[in-house]
Design a protein around this ligand. Sequence first.
Ligand code: HGY
Ligand code: MN
Ligand code: MN
Length: 415
Amino acid sequence: MSDVAALGVRAEQMIAELAVISAEPGRLVRFYLTPEHRRAADLVAGWMRAAGMAVSEDALATVRGRWNGGHAGAKRLLIGSHLDTVLDAGKYDGPLGVIAGILAVDHVVRAGKALGFGIDVLAFGDEEGSRFPATLATSAGCVGAFDTETLRLADRDGVTLAEALRRYGKDVSAIPAAAYRPQDVAAFVEVHIEQGPELEARNVPLGVVTGIVGQSRLRVAVTGEAGHAGTVPMTYRRDALAGAAELISLVEHMARDSAGALVGTVGRMTVRPGAVNIIPGRVDLTVDLRAMEDDVRRDAVARLQAQAWRMVEARGLQIEFEVFHEEAAAQCAPALRDALGAAIAALGYPRVDLPSGAGHDAQMMAKLCPSAMLFVRCKGGISHNPAEYASPQDMGLAVTALIRFIENFGSPARG
Ligand code: HGY
Ligand code: MN
Ligand code: MN
């Protein structure tokens, strides 16, 4: 069996072992600081140790595997992704990047080659923001950009992040110490499924990410007046759901009319009181707006609010917007992109560069050091869905490319 095939088989085994660690038997649900997170972190820590790394866990529960490579004082190459998942998730979104880092270091350690730098593999605990209304909280800790206000955010059960960290055995006063010093870090690389159709359509297994989309996440409350579905004439109604439906249409039209510059999604909605014969009095929904250009996104947030206020005025409704998450777009480092492109070319594949419509820890890590992403083809571009799939062959190619990237990263030619 070729090295690529063997690495792919091993990656698939590790993906499968992680995928059964879930809060629910019938679907993959693994949220930050839960018992499932603990079990996944322990499994990953064991893999890191077996690969020759010293393992620690920082104050925000990122698992860190450290290989010094005999150069304790040298700058470090950071490689990683996240262990948390969305609700009813696929198996590859996040774990593939952690597993690829571990398999690459395992190869490097066994090869016994002096690289001139150390490597840390990072298994972040919270990229998705599935439990608390904030995302990238753990990679923020690594770059020294953690906002302590985030500690006050609560999950659906009212447990604050501060309390969840305490229950997980963490000391929030140690969060500042979790930050890497910029002078200690050379670069960050993340291997991740593409979560889109481009690589499959171009019939290539790997791609080099140009940049990562910026995103704004909003909570919206539309309020009207609950009433009898049979007795209130249409002209007297202040129907919160009819208003919310018009808002959803506004989001879709704004994005559709943007010639691909903007995407907009309403992913969650609650209708109250929620009975067949009651005119809805209140609707709470979320809006996710993304663009590669930050001014396009910010303009969209402003335009949506302006149009919504006019709409609710006409309907006699009220509306409240709260932007609860905002992350700027991040460009990937050209030198690292070229190095990833060279590693792909060495495997005999053409270089395909593409943007990321998904957010990633790499966009947070870019605040600390030059960062880049290697995308892996996924079937049908499907993600955030249990049908998500990356082939063992493509995963084997990704790990092999990462190994090649690491071996070249140390060469004097690197700029
Ligand atoms: O929403 C995203 O883009 C990522 O999956 N957290
Ligand atoms: Mn995701
Ligand atoms: Mn992800």
